[in-house]
Write a protein that binds this ligand. Structure first.
Ligand code: CTP
Length: 402
């Protein structure tokens, strides 16, 4: 962090008091810190606090140009090695997602080419609102990095996700970023499959499942952060493609089979988090089916089990399967590991609160070939992805030492 220019943008929420501690920790770690505050942030903590902690003047108004030789927001935008918005309110996230530049923070961020990190803090329901979720996806699509809020007691009285990540954890993330971070997967290729498959019935109808692809996308993004070359095979086009991954489109189980089989030889690790249909219609109608009197019977046939087929290959890479269950988690997970000759199974009970398909959290248990298991607590899908990848790295290291 030594000598790095960090532009901290503080927007208005109760977590502004934590941004003061963050400023202090950033300055202590050797970074040069400049702070911009929105008008509402100033209602929580006075700019003087940030001025004293950063030892720099604090910017609050785009039109308050103190130095005639410069235009402040352009100067700051160019000065920054990294822009950090902490806390980021729903309002600021919404403005940035839509390119609105009507205050010093949003104008400067629009003008910068530096990496932008966003650390949201807000009420749990606000964080879960579809508008905020959509806007965060848009920001991720711009390449902005999200520092997910933590779970816990919120100032509004609720308990849940929405607390600004602790300042020391934010500083640790930035340190990793500037040092290039630990790259345990550098030189490795990881193939991830994500999301549901779509089995066509006719041009307007299909069979699918509730998988969102979020777990697989998180695995792909985190694997790329750990230095891997990532291939992401998916039907999902509603999530922003993670930076540094190659997307390979595959809708049906059959297409996914061909996509994976066509590229598996490049992979050192395959993570099959996709929820692949076990059955597909025998016949796909090329014209829209019209209703008839009486019941309709659709005949379905089995799809190819991609994981099982990979497990039978002699040149198989390290294979990780997923098991989404509602009961007998351990038995089913271990059965799948045996049957499909996987090296690891990541299992989750989808009936548990916080472990469902569409949410941002997961509760997983990792089963390994040596018979051991590791139960992880409720984590964000990104945190769970990091833990799964660390576990894979440990297993591969063991194999390489043999
Ligand atoms: N899988 C696959 N190809 C299929 C079906 C599943 O590669 N045609 C993979 C999934 O991606 C997942 C793992 O196998 O990693 C477990 O999937 P699941 O459907 O739960 O397993 P099944 O063996 O089909 O078990 P079940 O009896 O629950 O249907």
């Amino acid at each position: 962090m030594l000598g790095k220019n960090i532009l901290l943008c503080v927007t208005g929420g109760i977590a502004v008091f934590k941004a003061a501690a963050l400023t202090s920790k950033l300055a202590q770690s050797g970074a040069h810190v400049k702070v911009i505050m929105t008008e509402s942030a100033c209602k929580f903590v006075a700019p003087l606090t940030f001025q004293a902690l950063s030892r720099n003047e604090v910017y609050t108004d785009t039109f308050d140009e103190k130095h005639p030789e410069k235009i402040a927001h352009i100067d700051l935008a160019d000065w920054a090695d990294l822009v950090l918005i902490a806390p980021a309110t729903a309002n600021m996230i919404g403005k940035l997602a839509n390119g609105i530049a009507d205050d010093m923070v949003s104008t400067t961020i629009l003008a910068t080419t530096a990496p932008v990190w966003v650390a949201p803090a807000m009420n749990v329901h606000m964080y879960g609102h579809p508008a905020v979720r959509r806007n965060l996806e848009t920001l991720k699509g711009f390449g902005y990095r999200l520092i997910e809020p933590a779970d816990g007691h919120l100032a509004c009285g609720y308990t849940g996700k929405g607390r600004l990540e602790e300042p020391e954890n934010i500083v640790a993330l930035l340190k990793d970023f500037f040092s290039g971070g630990p790259k345990p997967l550098s030189g490795k290729t990881v193939l991830v499959t994500a999301g549901p498959t779509i089995e066509k019935i006719d041009p307007v109808r299909f069979l699918s499942n509730r998988s969102s692809g979020k777990m697989g996308f998180a695995l792909a993004e985190e694997a790329a952060n750990m230095g891997a070359n990532v291939l992401l095979v998916t039907s999902v086009d509603t999530l922003a493609p993670p930076a540094g991954t190659e997307i390979i489109k595959a809708e049906s189980a059959e297409e996914m089979y061909h996509a994976v089989m066509g590229r598996y030889k490049e992979a050192d690790i395959i993570i099959k988090s996709a929820a692949v249909a076990d059955y597909t219609p025998v016949r796909v109608f090329d014209k829209k089916m019209k209703k008839q009197p009486g019941n309709l019977t659709l005949e379905l046939k089995r799809t190819k089990d991609i994981l099982k087929e990979l497990g039978e290959r002699l040149d198989k890479p390290f294979l990780v399967g997923f098991a989404a269950e509602t009961d007998h988690l351990e038995n089913y997970a271990r059965g799948k590991m045996e049957r499909k000759r996987a090296d690891m199974i990541v299992a989750n009970d989808v009936s548990r609160e916080g472990a469902g398909f569409a949410g941002d959290t997961n509760i997983v248990t990792i089963f390994k070939r040596d018979g051991s298991k590791r139960e992880l607590p409720l984590l964000s899908k990104h945190e769970a992805a990091r833990e799964i990848l660390r576990e894979i790295c440990r297993e591969i290291e063991k194999d390489e030492k043999k």
